[in-house]
Design a protein around this ligand. Sequence first.
Ligand code: GCU
Length: 409
Amino acid sequence: MNESANYDESLVGNLPLPELLICADGTRVNDSTHWISQRRSEILSLFESQLYGKAPSTKLAISRQVVSTDTSALNGLATRQEIHIYVGDDKNGTRVDLQLYTPKKTAHPVPLFLGCNFNGNHAVDPDPKIPINHRWMRNTVDEKSVVNHYATESSRGSESSRWPLETIIRKGFAVATFYYGDVEPDHADGWKSGIRGELLNLGGSKDFEPDSWGAVAAWAWGLSRALDYLATDPAIDSERVAVIGHSRLGKAALWAGAMDTRFAMVISNNSGAGGISLARRHFGESISDLNENFPHWFCGNYKSYNNCPEKLPVDMHQLAALIAPRPLYIASAEEDLWADPRGEFLAGKYAEQVYTLFGKAGLGVSEWPSVNNPVGEFIGYHIRSGKHDVTTYDWHQFIQFATKHFRKS
Ligand code: GCU
């Protein structure tokens, strides 16, 4: 949280939002066919060229190798596998280490939650058999888990409160996760040792174009590569995969879900600015805060909207609408003012029009719900008490939402 930001609701302004259902040629969208054939792709390409940036279209050879299988993970509840996903033929290039937990007692194929983690697979689960991730990492506040940007033994399990694995497995879901820094380390020069740098070299160009992808789009790309693998595993139902992410990784999950419609559900946890909260509300983090503090996250063009969100040709209700008619869950936290919880809710609210085109109910409420009172049909929403984080309370709502929508008819 930044003390100099605005946190006063009376000062948010009232900039009009870009039209969701009016196409660039002025025609109005009245049905889902028109939405899909014209308006959806217009909006998607604006998000691509002005905000997240375009991933290269180069077709890459991807190879994968299951490097370990433990059939007694999580106190015998799950099989844990580690899968190395390589990009291109070069085994020294980008490698994503996917950690997959599949429940043993549930009939396969099972639905799955897929999300990136912040500190390595070994931080999600304290099991000492999991290799420590040795790639560059942001230092942590405790000064022990990550020292000089590298994880230490004491970081085992440090992120486990955000991944209640046993609870998820007991509910009949598989879970897959990888460290986002496997795709690109999260700092301004991280692209040099990540997939964006590797592909620049392959493509022969020397610099990024103003609409070339930023790191968030690269992490989203990694989520799709993980889904490619999951679709080959007969124990997983690849038509029931929910992509989930917290905060910056919530931004990545949203973009992955918008770009890759194989994701059957999208869950945004406290994704905030550059994620689901409306950019035109002057509240909490702004576009210029994002671009100043994280110049590598978005494409070059996004920097031209610093201090003038009204010029951005899209806003985040349109990102939410790109998920339709698939179920979308938006989670906010009461003390997470930097992420603008009300702006997160309103993006879902204004996206409802598109769910309506598909005959699906959205949030089902007109007012911002009270704290710890989940709502919603095809757009789920809650604001939980407490801080910016992913908690067991959040997961309970995600599991319930996914159980409802993934139930086999
Ligand atoms: C910072 C950043 C947010 C981001 C968050 C996180 O607070 O300003 O945009 O969501 O980090 O990823 O934890």
